[in-house]
Design a binder for this molecule. Structure first.
Ligand code: AMP
Length: 301
């Protein structure tokens, strides 16, 4: 089943204890789409500037990702500069240039409108809402955001939360949004804003999925080295939503498997800078790590 994503397509400049990368292709929609494309047909809604060439769009086309909804506007592509320290569980933003996103009015192509699965990736909450309202027959809508928008656009963000089924946030963002330190309480407070399903990501400590019927927790894959955490959150969401859309099944058992596929995709993304690892990934590697996750968390009664 088709999956639509709206989010940023960016040039990222990243510094981590393992090195740095300048002006590499990134963005929430990009990391999401690449991860989800292993499981289902992905359609992207975004805007890029005149500096985003065909060679950059080829990254999407090579994975058969539909870019009909990617508009090219006069001006510069969105840019993000960030750095990571210590355990690298949270990014420090040094600079955000919205550029072409400032005046973006998303228009959903006709061929996208009836897709049952929708991911509102990290961008201005007002744009997330505009896209949400142009899609009419969705089965599962998931939203992701970050501290930048929680602080700058709290009212629009709350409106957006009220119109989605699921959200993904990291632990710091969940605490910032709710003012609650305890993550189970924070998840409940977020559910009270609208979304039934709340996924709280905690970097190397993994992810917790809170639903009205069950809680599921999965640790992060125990990597020996993390080079660049950028895109981990979006790759998680891409694996999660991609697997749900590809199977067309949102049962409890499948939601649990989707969390594991999300964790698998995120664990590969952080092994190298930017999209480098994602672009040389294979289906065999994904399936092998999925099985390792089962082994990692299995025990007998
Ligand atoms: P994550 O998956 O959470 O690590 O998100 C990484 C991506 O988010 C980067 O590739 C950035 O380009 C993008 N990003 C950072 N800040 C923003 C923002 N304020 N709005 C939209 N995208 C952003």
């Amino acid at each position: 089943m088709a999956l639509v994503v709206v989010g940023s397509v960016a040039f990222d400049t990243i510094r981590t204890p393992a090195g740095e990368a300048q002006e590499v292709v990134g963005g929430s929609a990009t990391h999401f789409a690449l991860a989800a494309s292993w499981f289902t047909a992905v359609k992207v809604v975004a805007v890029v500037g005149a500096d985003f060439g065909e060679e950059h769009l080829a990254i999407f086309r090579e994975r058969r990702i539909d870019v009909e909804g990617v508009e090219r506007a006069p001006g510069k592509t969105f840019r993000w500069h960030g750095e990571y320290h210590g355990d690298m569980n949270a990014a420090r933003t040094l600079e955000t240039q919205l550029n072409v996103f400032e005046h973006f009015q998303p228009k959903i192509p006709e061929a996208y409108r009836h897709a049952p699965f929708l991911f509102l990736g990290n961008i201005q909450p007002a744009l997330q809402l505009q896209v949400r309202r142009q899609m009419n027959r969705t089965r599962l809508v998931t939203l992701d955001t970050m501290n930048f928008w929680i602080e700058r656009a709290p009212a629009e963000l709350r409106q957006a939360f009220a119109e989605v089924d699921a959200v993904t946030l990291n632990d710091g963002e969940a605490r910032l949004l709710t003012g609650l330190a305890n993550l189970r309480q924070a998840a409940q407070a977020i559910q009270a804003l609208g979304p039934r399903i709340v996924a709280i990501k905690r970097g190397e400590h993994g992810v917790s999925l809170y639903t009205p019927d069950f809680i599921f927790k999965m640790p992060g894959y125990p990597l020996q080295e993390i080079r660049d955490p950028t895109g981990a959150g979006d790759s998680f969401a891409g694996g999660f939503m991609g697997y749900l859309a590809g199977t067309g099944d949102v049962s409890e058992a499948n939601l649990r498997r989707a969390v594991v596929y999300g964790s698998v995709l995120a664990s590969f993304t952080v092994e190298d800078f930017g999209l480098r690892r994602a672009l040389r990934l294979t289906r065999e590697e994904i399936d092998a790590r999925f099985r390792e996750f089962k082994h990692l968390s299995h025990f007998d009664l």
